[in-house]
Design a protein around this ligand. Structure first.
Ligand code: TYD
Length: 392
């Protein structure tokens, strides 16, 4: 049974950065639910994928040094540990991972044509498709053997998880490896990062929920790594149950025990999270209003989808935040979804006269603090809402 625990207001499509501001941008209710049977946390409203992932998807994985490094490290680990002849990446984005592999050893699947073009222009075979059973059948017919399938921050965007995992199990050879990586529900609850929820993020996974899902398709976890990316993620290593050649590491039991102790299998945990989220929203707005009483300048840094959730839920507007800075070319000179707050192309000179920076990309805090030493030395301050609203 799906039990409701939090309403995050009416939200526009999180990555829909508009060139011209419109008061009438379509918004959808963002409600969160916990499934008491399979322990999966999800949002209720399902927007058709075509509306979100199309020919002008702005997000590019390569935009941050942190992610480039994370993918480089993973590619080294994959080569050393699994030595695959051929890997397939689902949601290959702008090729941040596959560019670390030889063109003959890596294939991408990417539904956003503007992104798929980037990797195919570089010589990587890229299927400009959504991940589903139809594509899995096509791949099985056309390709001899895919040794390893990888997907980061993508499967949680697909509504029909049964189809997702049925297709994966179908395509995987008996000795195949599947690695998936997504924000960790436990870290999300601990950090009160309610902004991990937006209309693209249909699910935020726990190891408990992933295990329950895999069980249905005769797949199982054999290792789990905790990562610091995206505010705390889990990397799940998966194999077929029938493959006894791969040893199951203790990390699997340890993570599931930790999550059970934390209460990720209980509805009350999410009710408490809902109360913390409401308090976080109220105190962020109060903090920002107090700063504005003193006529200080606040800007946003990192025009993230997460920031879309925060701004629209907390009712933060252009009388609070002057503009956002972001390095992504496709976000420049557009408006934050649902808000009349402009995004400007990152340029350090634009920080002159700024008193406070609201960290939209709080998950890259270390990278940003390193970059903005000058701003800090001149007395500039940051505002974050993670884990509770504060100035630092
Ligand atoms: P991310 O946190 O991955 O996004 P989302 O919530 O949308 O999934 O996105 C980080 C955004 O911040 C991305 O648009 C790039 C931007 N950014 C900067 O502008 N400067 C920086 O130094 C960093 C690290 C990120």
């Amino acid at each position: 049974m799906n039990k409701f625990f939090l309403h995050l207001g009416k939200q526009p499509l999180a990555n829909n950065y508009l060139k011209y501001y419109s008061k009438n941008q379509v918004k959808y209710n963002l409600n969160l639910f916990f499934n008491t049977k399979d322990k999966l946390v999800s949002i209720s409203k399902r927007i058709p994928s075509k509306k979100m992932f199309n020919n002008n998807y702005p997000y590019k994985s390569s935009m941050s040094l942190t992610m480039r490094r994370s993918f480089l490290d993973l590619s080294k680990e994959i080569k050393k540990r699994f030595n695959p002849n051929l890997i397939l990446e689902i949601g290959s984005n702008d090729g941040a991972l596959i560019k670390n592999f030889d063109k003959n050893n890596a294939i991408g699947v990417e539904p956003c044509s503007n992104l798929a073009k980037i990797t195919s222009n570089k010589g990587y075979k890229t299927y400009n498709n959504y991940w589903n059973f139809k594509l899995a059948k096509k791949l099985k017919k056309n390709i001899k053997k895919i040794d390893l399938i990888y997907s980061a921050n993508t499967l949680t965007h697909i509504s029909n998880l049964n189809d997702v995992f049925k297709s994966l199990a179908y395509l995987m050879p008996n000795d195949g490896i599947l690695i998936i990586e997504d924000p960790s529900l436990m870290e999300c609850i601990k950090k009160v990062s309610y902004d991990q929820f937006y209309n693209e993020h249909i699910y935020v996974f726990s190891a408990i929920a992933v295990k329950n899902l895999l069980d249905k398709f005769d797949l199982e976890l054999f290792d789990i790594n905790n990562l610091s990316t995206h505010g705390g993620s889990l990397r799940y290593y998966i194999k077929k149950k029938s493959n006894n050649n791969v040893k199951i590491k203790s990390s699997v039991k340890i993570q599931i025990k930790k999550e059970t102790k934390f209460g990720l299998n209980k509805f009350t945990t999410f009710k408490k999270f809902a109360i913390k989220t409401i308090n976080s929203k109220n105190s962020l707005l109060k903090l920002i209003k107090k700063i504005k009483l003193n006529k200080k300048i606040i800007i946003g840094y990192g025009a993230t989808a997460k920031a879309t959730t925060v701004l629209n839920y907390s009712k933060i507007d252009n009388n609070h935040i002057d503009f956002f800075l972001d390095t992504t070319p496709d976000k420049s000179n557009k408006y934050m979804p649902g808000k009349k707050i402009k995004i400007l192309k990152y340029n350090q000179n634009l920080l002159k006269g700024v008193d406070y920076i609201f960290l939209g990309a709080w998950n890259f805090k270390n990278e940003i603090l390193k970059k903005e030493k000058k701003f800090i030395q001149k007395g500039g301050k940051f505002i974050t809402h993670i884990p509770m609203p504060k100035i630092f």
